[in-house]
Ligand binder design. Structure first.
Ligand code: PDD
Length: 284
């Protein structure tokens, strides 16, 4: 059965959804996006995703497609029309269609597209077993804090992981881990401290990251926001990553070396449970 998707004011079957070949999202990757998870029919961390959307739009001087109440109503309408109880809602805003020109066109009207992806998020075989990752140089641009759709470098890196028989990739720059292909990276040191890279233009400011760090601090866990190397990660007690699509995902192997016991660790498992419960309590 085909999905109903939202395109520029209309709800249409996915086969009927159309965007101009002059759309700057297509020609320049001049577009930003958000991915919000849905669990038990609730939107998780929705306000955080809206805040980051406005920040991305502002950094690119891109017009707001509509107000937040309308965006929320579209999310909910898509959940209803597609009977989505668990999965993801993808939202993309582009600068719109205009004759090809590197300069931002003054007259372009933003394009707005949303669609649902049904996915089992809570019960995940990967979260049960843990995932294996490789490291690779981070060849992305210098404004990774803006959530743009230029994801080819990440797709290439993730394909390398797949070819190596692994699940994902952590990227490194100047000797330190930046983040995962589509997630934020963490280790747990031998003395139990949770370490994740501090916020800057080098990484996306994950909405799940903010929520998970809040949960960790509330549970009296020690948190340090600083860069770490792959060598430190390989010698850590645990490793894991976070995102809207994976929540908290244990990493059990890095570049062929088992991390800790080689199985999902207690800190990652506990944080996954606390995060899901907290997100459900505050979700709506
Ligand atoms: N990706 N870092 C990168 C590069 C990402 O693409 C993502 C999310 C994250 C985690 O952010 P958040 O916790 O807000 O989901 C970090 C989404 C899920 C994606 O591209 O599908």
């Amino acid at each position: 059965m085909s999905r109903i998707v939202y395109v520029n004011g209309e709800y249409v079957p996915e086969e009927a959804a159309k965007i101009s070949v002059f759309d700057r999202g297509f020609l320049f990757a001049d577009a930003i996006y958000e991915v919000t998870s849905v669990l038990d029919g609730k939107l998780l961390d929705f306000e955080g995703h809206m805040r980051r959307l406005h920040r991305s739009l502002g950094e690119l001087e891109m017009a707001e497609p509509c107000d937040d109440a309308t965006l929320e109503a579209i999310h909910r309408e898509l959940m209803t029309r597609n009977a989505l109880r668990e999965g993801l809602i993808y939202l993309q805003v582009t600068r719109g269609a205009a004759d090809r020109d590197f300069l931002y066109p003054a007259e372009a009207v933003p394009s707005l597209v949303l669609f649902t992806q049904a996915k089992s998020l809570r019960t995940s075989p990967a979260a049960q077993a843990g995932v294996r990752i490789i490291s690779a140089p981070d060849i992305r641009w210098g404004r990774r804090d803006i959530k743009t759709v230029q994801l080819l470098a990440s797709a290439m890196a993730k394909m390398e992981a797949k070819k190596a028989g692994k699940d994902d990739v952590w990227m490194t720059e100047d000797g330190f881990v930046t983040e995962g292909s589509s997630n934020n990276a963490y280790i747990v040191t031998q003395d139990g401290t949770i370490v994740t890279r501090d916020l800057s233009n080098a990484i996306l400011h994950g909405i799940t990251r903010a929520a998970v760090l809040r949960c960790a601090r509330e549970a009296q866990m020690k948190v340090e926001e600083r860069p770490f190397t792959i060598e430190e990660a390989r010698g850590a007690a645990e490793a894991f990553f976070t995102s809207a699509s994976s929540f908290v995902m244990p990493v059990i192997e890095i570049d062929g070396t088992p991390v800790g016991s080689g199985a999902p660790g207690p800190v990652a498992r506990r944080l996954r449970e606390i995060y899901i419960n907290t997100a459900l309590e505050s979700g709506s």
